[in-house]
Design a protein around this ligand. Structure first.
Ligand code: 5GP
Length: 184
């Protein structure tokens, strides 16, 4: 069995990464999403071990010391990190493994694993991004503002990604991503 591809999959908070990801998994059994660790609080409806492993700051810092992360970053006052072992197991089993991570982590992975595929999901516009973030209704105003300024910062890193995919329409974006990972 050939080794799967490692995909750095980045986009601003609210851009619709999660929705595209869901579609990708419905369309293609080879697509697996790596489950990250985070110190942020679960949102309503999130389950430990599904969207994230929700851990304390102490546990996260222990994992850093044990070199358990392929990458990790601090984003809007919380830690987020990719457990390395699980990713390598899935790659060895032939799965295409998506890391849904922000730019600092994305840059670390591109450096450590130069054979990865990097994809940046872009919103049709920043106004549209703000609208989507508010529509989701899962964050308070302060958090929305933090995430919008994080997006301004993240925009500077888009140039380091090999591919930019516009999220104008979920199915179209998902199919474009599948063409990229299958080199079609
Ligand atoms: P959220 O709190 O909305 O779930 O995620 C906030 C940001 O952290 C998103 O851009 C998400 O892609 C990113 N993120 C999630 N998991 C990881 C991770 O393991 N590492 C890094 N560097 N970023 C992550």
């Amino acid at each position: 069995m050939s080794r799967g591809k490692l995909v750095v999959y980045t986009g601003y908070s609210g851009v619709g990464k999660g929705t595209i990801m869901k579609r990708l998994r419905e369309l293609d059994d080879s697509v697996k999403l790596s489950v990250s660790c985070t110190t942020r609080q679960p949102r309503e409806g999130e389950t430990n071990g599904v969207e994230y492993y929700f851990v304390s700051k102490d546990v996260f810092e222990d994992l850093i010391k044990q070199d358990g992360f392929l990458e990790y970053a601090s984003y809007c006052d919380n830690y987020y990190g990719t457990p390395e072992k699980a990713v390598d197991e899935m790659l060895a089993n032939g799965y295409n493994v998506f890391l849904e991570i922000e730019v600092q982590g994305g840059m670390q992975v591109m450096k450590k694993r130069p054979d990865c595929v990097s994809i940046f999901i872009a919103p049709p516009s920043f106004e549209e991004l703000e609208r989507r973030l508010r529509e989701r209704g899962t964050e308070d105003e302060e958090t929305i503002q933090k995430r919008l300024s994080a997006a301004e910062e993240e925009r500077k890193y888009q140039q380091y990604y090999t591919h930019t995919v516009l999220n104008d329409e979920v199915d179209r974006a998902a199919n474009e991503i599948l063409s990229i990972i299958h080199n079609k």
